[in-house]
Design a protein around this ligand. Structure first.
Ligand code: CP
Length: 337
């Protein structure tokens, strides 16, 4: 595997090997597997967890990392093919990626959805173009349609919590947010859950079904793994017997690229779709709450959930570092044990 762009890039055997290595590295965090290696990190969009966990992962395994943040100490970067660059951007990724690749043994790149055209964003072409421009191993640190490091960390979190793979009851719920958010995290969380073979429910208001392309892909994976997949707008039905609730907001597909109309459509859902402790009444007694973070307290999720015993969000964030360490070693051919 040269590139990690999507959870599907890890076949079943490599996925198990990476998870096993991540577990080992959690118990034995310091090592030399990346000694002499340099990792370049290009963040076209902001981050707390991904930025810091990637740097910590590299350093704790004896390597070095450098960070480039276009428009904030580095040149603003253009990504569009054929752009006439007479605006703010002074550099194009077509040069930046191969240049940075000469200084590093692996590049990790974050580049979010543009949020204008649904088909374009779901095709995830930009991260694939950038990976193609990079002659070295390449990691997707969240693109338009995928957040595969988050998905892998979430997989490990569910394992840590002893939530069953085959038949475990997983609810992916829409939650209210003041902005129309992209599909990368919900698409990757859904892919992760069906790949595990879970009994998956998508709980969402009418008009917020995930796009067909994401659902079709999930159904194809489910048919291989034995997962089940259903959707509902009924909270009591959706949460019945749930063992894990994963909350995330995403844009209404019908209004994609039209944020003002989307905001009007979303506005009435605000109070009803903030996750509260009462949501868990039909769930298993010790059902867990997951969220990728950052999260807007008392908008998307109430304090009582985030500060209560159900919350696994800190563990999720911790697992980002363990799985990324394992992925870096996998991609760079290091030896950690
Ligand atoms: N979950 C996640 O990717 O967090 P950051 O956006 O802070 O990196």
């Amino acid at each position: 595997m040269k590139d990690y762009l999507d959870l599907a890039d890890l076949g079943d055997d490599r996925l198990e090997a990476v998870l096993s290595l991540a577990k080992h590295l959690e118990a034995h965090p310091l090592g030399e597997a990346l000694r002499g290696r340099t990792v370049g990190l290009l963040f076209m969009n902001p981050s707390v967890r991904t930025l810091s966990s990637m740097q910590a992962a590299v350093m704790q395994q004896g390597g070095q990392a450098f960070v480039v943040t276009p428009g904030s100490g580095s040149w603003k970067m253009e990504t569009r093919n054929g752009a006439v660059m007479d605006g703010e951007a002074a550099e194009h990724v077509r040069e930046a990626i191969p240049v940075l690749a000469q200084y590093a043994d692996l590049l990790g790149v974050r580049c979010f959805a543009e949020g204008k055209d649904l088909t374009t964003d779901l095709a995830d072409g930009l991260i694939r173009t950038m990976a193609g421009l990079c002659p070295k191993p390449f990691m997707n640190l969240e693109s338009a349609r995928a957040h595969p490091c988050q998905a892998l960390g979430d997989w490990k979190t569910l394992d840590d919590l002893a939530i069953p793979r085959r038949g475990g009851r997983f609810v992916l719920s829409w939650a209210w947010h003041p902005k129309a958010l992209p599909y990368a995290v919900p698409a990757s969380a859904l892919e992760m859950a069906v790949r595990r073979g879970m009994d998956v429910t998508i709980l969402r208001p009418d008009g917020f079904s995930l796009p067909d392309e994401i659902m079709e892909r999930a159904r194809a994976i489910a048919s291989r793994t034995g997962a089940s997949l259903r959707e509902t707008a009924d909270r009591a039905e959706g949460m019945d017997g749930a063992q894990a609730l994963y909350a995330k907001s995403w844009a209404a597909p019908a209004f994609y690229g039209r944020p003002v109309e989307e905001a009007s459509f979303r506005a009435p859902l605000r109070d009803e779709w903030c996750v509260r402790e009462s949501w868990f009444e039909p769930a298993e007694a010790h059902a867990k709450f997951l969220h990728c973070l950052p999260v807007r307290r008392n908008v998307k999720v109430a304090d009582e959930v985030l500060d209560g015993p159900r919350s696994a969000v800190i563990r999720q964030a911790g697992n980002r570092m363990h799985v990324q360490k394992a992925l870096l070693i996998e991609l760079l051919g290091g030896h950690a044990r």
